[in-house]
Design a protein around this ligand. Structure first.
Ligand SMILES: Nc1ncnc2c1ncn2[C@@H]1O[C@H](COP(=O)(O)OP(=O)(O)OP(=O)(O)O)[C@@H](O)[C@H]1O
Ligand SMILES: [Mg+2]
Length: 283
């Protein structure tokens, strides 16, 4: 478990980016950190592998205080994908980039290249294997950065804005990979403004505002509350928006705490078929 205990963090400029944050992240969860620009999401993620240390309070990774160990040691357990992936690339080719990272964590060269190939194929980056990472498009760079971290399979994976720049297919592939990782008992923590993607994958949503946690709960409780979401400058996802609007127009029996399309379709079809029957009876 990763635990933040009353964490405060101020940058040297004096900005207090985290103000008394207490949270935990467990394996088997996909936790989405959400909130307005400047809320403190990136700052929080950088605390998970010790890149930043609390000004006050404590962060522990499986019981180890991040202040007592190196970022290199912590990174074996907590893989962090940066918001701007350009910072992560060191090698001359895409394949080398991923296999180099694996070798750094102890894999043999052949095994590293094999696993790198698997991840690149999953993300459809295989045909770029000999290209320089810097020639990739924005979304492709993001996918490569995520591939590098996923390849070494750390126990915890923290991804800053995973869907920024990804097309619809890329998001779907990413969602599947994240769900597989969750099912293999890894802990995933991501920051995002993408309410639709988070509705699909998250098992928990944490809302941050001005460095403080203002909500922490199940996606169907947090992402279906327009007033709460607007406090964090977020829009309500489409499905609960529709259900909420229908409820406020008189369909009080409608459950608006649904996020999945299939659930909403089922509920609405029941309602429509019931209304259809009533219509026939009336005529
Ligand atoms: N290197 C830095 N030096 C000084 N202040 C910083 C630095 N990085 C971030 N900040 C400030 O800390 C606060 C939190 O920033 P952070 O990057 O954690 O927000 P965020 O929630 O990730 O925002 P976004 O959604 O825009 O990525 C902001 O007020 C920001 O201006
Ligand atoms: Mg950020």
């Amino acid at each position: 478990m990763i635990e933040l205990d009353s964490v405060w963090f101020s940058y040297p400029t004096g900005t207090a980016a985290l103000r008394g944050v207490s949270l935990f992240f467990r394996c088997g969860e996909i936790v989405a950190l959400m909130g307005e620009n400047g809320a403190g999401k990136t700052t929080l993620l950088k605390h998970l592998n010790g890149l930043l240390k609390p000004t006050k309070g404590r962060v522990t990774v499986d019981g180890i205080d991040t202040r007592t160990t190196t970022v290199a040691t912590l990174s074996k357990k907590v893989g962090l994908v940066f918001q701007n992936p350009d910072n992560m690339f060191l090698r001359t080719s895409v394949l080398e980039e991923v296999s180099y990272a694996l070798e750094q964590f102890g894999a043999e060269r052949e095994e590293a290249r094999r696993r790198a190939g698997e991840v690149l194929k999953a993300f459809e980056l295989w045909h770029y294997r000999d290209s320089s990472p810097f020639t990739l498009s924005g979304g492709e760079k993001k996918k490569l950065a995520i591939s590098i971290v996923m390849a070494w399979m750390p126990k915890y994976i923290a991804i800053d804005e995973p869907t920024s720049g990804l097309d619809g297919w890329g998001k779907r592939v990413l969602a599947e990979l994240l769900l597989n990782l969750k099912n293999s008992e890894r802990g995933i923590i991501l920051s995002s403004h993408d309410v639709e993607f988070v509705s699909d994958v998250a098992t928990r949503v944490v809302l941050l505002r001005k460095g403080e946690v203002i909500s922490d709960g199940a996606p169907e409780d947090v992402l279906t509350e327009p007033e709460l979401l607007s406090e964090a400058s977020l829009l309500t996802p489409q499905i609960p928006s529709l259900l909420y609007e229908l409820r406020s127009r008189g369909l009080r029996m409608l459950n608006h705490k649904l996020l999945k399309l299939e659930e909403a379709v089922e509920t609405l079809s029941k309602l429509l078929s019931w209304a259809g029957h009533t219509g026939e009876d009336d005529s």
